[in-house]
Design a protein around this ligand. Structure first.
Ligand code: MTE
Ligand code: LUZ
Ligand code: MOS
Length: 787
């Protein structure tokens, strides 16, 4: 077997030696120029003039480009076309700039192209003086935008009731169920955003090619979208634009759509100047220009019974979309489709509002709204438990989806692959949850200052793009006459090990040694019309497409092998780098060499489209997901109630990846997602200046991501034994995003410790991120309420 084994990452030997080239490492062509961007100095304003003389006069500057220099369409919007590449400017009869809208502090207004990056940056820094504008009052808070009805997209509503009612009547039925419930919880919750903090920042290197062609090296999760947007910006057909990406130094969703402005600007400059142009963002500029995970505000109303069963709930989710739509619609859709997490919600009404603010346009980030949806109901579970004086795990359990009933999601998909009961039981046992709960209670009783907390939280995460047609992929497999194999597919490598898994699938299909198989750069000239590598679907989609290609080659080789070995083709086994039938066998390379001479086609394309999906965008109903991935985590923390400092003492994780394609890679994904999600919920804090709207946390000096020191001393990560009930690639399950929800357990363990400080008499008002300041605020409220 070539799948199900822990192969090292295909580039591991290069990563550790510093020999894996990222885009800035590629040899620069002679004559390469460098770009830097002039940014809006205000969060909201009307341009009154643009004086670029001083910018142009900086030594080394070759050109300064504005929106007027874009030959095609000035738009790099991903789904909705509402996002200019460079700020739209209005010119008067004299040709001078006299108008235009500035939408956020950091919006690119002009691009400086210079002989060195230093010179370009020095010139671009003059933006403040060059851009004349009248500041307008910015809208900086999502709740304020919501109060004004200011959205980037129409609000979304999803209501499900057991009553025979539709539309307004269904909403009335949910509210009636709320009113009739024995207990009521009415609360608000704030959850912060998160910067992707990919180690390799946004970068594009554009090279003019013959006859108006453009070649673009781009650090992107979505080469095809970059191809299309560059073609539109240049007014060219897609076949003149080639986009290539060998690897990214991380994407985490931040390069799904937001590599676009940089791709377009580099390409426009290269086409205009007929010189190679590289645009590599400085980290501070990356923070100021690009968006990140949406922060969410919630208003929640829940009715529940004495057992803690949620009988009815109504929730409004307000996301900070920023100045344009970007991916805010599918992100909100995924948030609405994950409010249920692992729980049966018989009566539910949800409202999603994508608030338009004068800030960066928020975008994909690992989990893609799923974490924001699910944390709301987890907060509800925790609050209900505190109010009823029950163990939160008990409340979670009574609300779990049933296996054969109580198993329909609010969006009407049936949860038919539920493993959460067994998975949580197994983790509760292996982590010693019950005994530790008692032990911690005893310890806390004797510890006035330090309080320990424990939480075990479940995850259910839907796999597939919630935009149905994105669920397709292509691959190209070449077998060369010497028996070596080259694989190309539409997915991109960002460190997650996709190429390793796809190479394993191909090696398995052809029964050859790993050493024969090499995966090369994603290239729009090899596989066309690809989807973003996102929604965790990379190996599901591209693995199946590559398997399809490899299988076709094997089927073409089989008759020749059978003839040479004197057996029926059905008797052949491709394994151990040979083709065998009983005792007769021949080497794979020998067979390939013979097939070439026999003029048998030794390469093939492959294609895959996920079956069985349906989605109605208006009613928010259907089967958006092929299957669900499950997991659970148990975390224990200690909180210092005088300072609000805390430490993660231990984390036990059990996560479902079906039948793993590569356990080592999958465990790495689970560990990484856990720590990344913990950073989101506990330490990463975004602060915009309350009047100017400048993002104050725009560098690692003020924006803290977790480090190796934040990993718990006991970190027990295991894969749940099981297989996908759907016919996914070798019955595996997607792993990229679901484990980001596991560190909910850290947040709720902190909440448990804070609650302990008030003798568990007060439900703590803890917001995320649970920074020391937020913890102290919650402690103050809890201690005041308990006194
Ligand atoms: N792992 C690493 N090392 N780097 C990344 O950028 N991105 C995550 C996840 N794991 C990411 C990662 C995100 S947001 C997604 S959607 C998936 O990987 C995408 O890859 P896959 O579909 O091949 O799992
Ligand atoms: N849907 C989704 C999407 O579920 N995940 C994604 O990453 C995505 N990206 C674009 C559009 N829809
Ligand atoms: Mo991942 S947020 O779907 O790129």
């Amino acid at each position: 077997r070539r799948v199900g084994v822990s192969r090292p990452h295909e580039s591991a030997h290069l990563h550790v030696a510093g020999a894996a080239p990222y885009i800035d490492d590629l040899p620069e062509l002679a004559g390469t120029l460098h770009a830097a961007l002039g940014l809006s100095p205000v969060a909201h304003g009307r341009v009154t003039g643009l004086d670029l003389a001083a910018v142009r006069a900086v030594p080394g500057v070759v050109a300064v480009l504005t929106a007027a220099d874009i030959p095609g369409v000035n738009d790099c919007g991903s789904i909705v076309h509402d996002e200019p590449i460079l700020a739209e400017l209005v010119t008067g009869p004299d040709g001078a700039v006299c108008g235009g809208e500035l939408r956020y502090l950091g919006q690119p207004v002009f691009a400086v192209i210079a002989r060195s990056r230093e010179a370009a940056r020095r010139a671009a820094a003059l933006a403040k003086q060059a851009i004349r504008c009248e500041p307008l009052p910015p809208v900086l808070s999502p709740r304020e935008a919501h109060a004004r009805g200011q959205y980037v997209l129409p609000p979304m509503h999803l209501t499900r009731t057991q009553a025979p009612a539709d539309g307004e009547a269904a909403l009335a039925a949910v509210r009636a169920a709320l009113a009739a419930a024995p207990h009521r919880l009415t609360t608000a919750l704030e959850v912060g955003g998160q910067e992707q903090f990919y180690l390799e920042g946004q970068i594009s290197y554009a090279i003019p090619r013959e006859d108006r062609g453009i070649q673009l090296h781009c650090s992107t999760q979505h080469p095809t979208e970059m191809q299309h947007l560059v073609a539109h910006a240049l007014g060219l057909a897609s076949h003149r634009v080639q986009v290539e990406c060998r690897r990214m130094g991380g994407g985490f969703g931040g390069k799904e759509s937001q590599s676009a402005p940089f791709a377009c600007i580099a390409a426009v400059a290269a086409a205009k100047l007929q010189r190679p142009v590289k645009l590599r963002l400085d980290r501070d500029d990356d923070f100021l220009i690009t968006g990140r995970r949406h922060c969410f505000s919630y208003d929640i109303d829940v009715g529940y019974d004495d057992e803690g069963r949620v009988l009815a709930s109504e929730v409004s989710m307000i996301s900070r979309a920023g100045h344009s739509a970007d991916l805010s619609a599918p992100v909100m859709t995924r948030a609405l489709c994950h409010y249920d997490n692992a729980y049966w919600l018989p009566e539910v009404a949800m409202h999603g509002y994508c608030a338009k603010t004068n800030t960066q346009s928020n975008t994909a980030f690992r989990g893609f709204g799923g974490p924001q949806g699910a944390i709301a109901i987890e907060n509800v579970m925790d609050s209900i438990a505190r109010r009823l004086g029950k163990d939160p795990l008990e409340v979670r359990r009574v609300n779990f989806y049933g296996r054969t009933e109580r198993n329909v999601t609010p969006y009407t998909q049936v949860v038919s692959d539920n493993v959460i009961h067994g998975l949580v039981d197994e983790l509760a046992a292996s982590s010693g949850y019950a005994a530790r709960r008692a032990e911690i209670a005893a310890w806390n009783a004797d510890s006035p200052v330090l309080k320990r907390g424990l939480a075990l939280t479940p995850v259910k995460f839907g796999i597939s793009f919630n935009v149905k047609h994105f669920n397709q992929a292509g691959a190209l497999v070449h077998v060369y006459a010497d028996g070596s194999i080259l694989v190309n597919h539409g997915g991109t490598e960002m460190g997650q090990g996709l190429n390793t898994k796809v190479a394993q699938v191909v090696a398995h299909e052809l029964g050859v040694d790993f050493g024969r198989v090499r995966v090369t750069a994603t290239d729009t000239q090899k596989v066309a019309n690809t989807s973003a590598t996102a929604a965790s679907t990379g190996s599901d989609l591209n693995g199946k497409a590559a398997q399809d290609a490899a299988r076709q080659i094997r089927e073409r080789l089989a008759p020749l092998a059978a003839a040479r070995l004197g057996v029926e083709p059905s008797a052949l086994v491709f394994a151990n780098d040979r083709v065998q039938a009983g005792t007769a066998s021949m080497g794979f390379a020998e067979l390939v060499a013979a097939a070439y001479v026999e003029r048998i086609q030794l390469w093939s394309d492959g294609f895959y489209a996920t079956p069985g999906l349906s989605w109605n965008r208006e009613t928010l109903r259907g089967r958006p997901f092929y299957y669900f991935a499950y997991g659970a985590a148990c975390s224990e923390v200690v909180v210092d109630t005088l300072t609000g400092e805390w430490k993660l003492l231990r984390a036990d994780v059990l996560h479902d990846v079906g039948r793993s394609l590569n356990p080592a890679v999958d465990i790495g994904q689970v560990e990484g997602a856990f720590i990344q999600g913990m950073g989101w919920l506990t330490m990463e804090e975004l602060v915009w200046h309350p009047t100017t709207g400048k993002l104050m946390t725009h560098a690692p000096s003020t924006y803290k991501i977790p480090t190796a020191n934040d990993c718990p001393p006991v970190f027990d990560v295991r894969l749940f034994q099981g297989e996908n009930v759907e016919d996914s690639i070798h019955r595996s399950k997607a792993v990229g995003e679901p484990p980001l929800l596991l560190p909910f357990s850290v947040f709720f363990a902190i909440r448990d410790a804070v609650s302990a400080a008030g003798g568990h008499r007060v439900d703590p008002p803890l917001s995320a991120p649970a920074t020391s300041e937020a913890i102290l605020r919650a402690l103050t409220a809890v201690q005041a309420g308990a006194a």
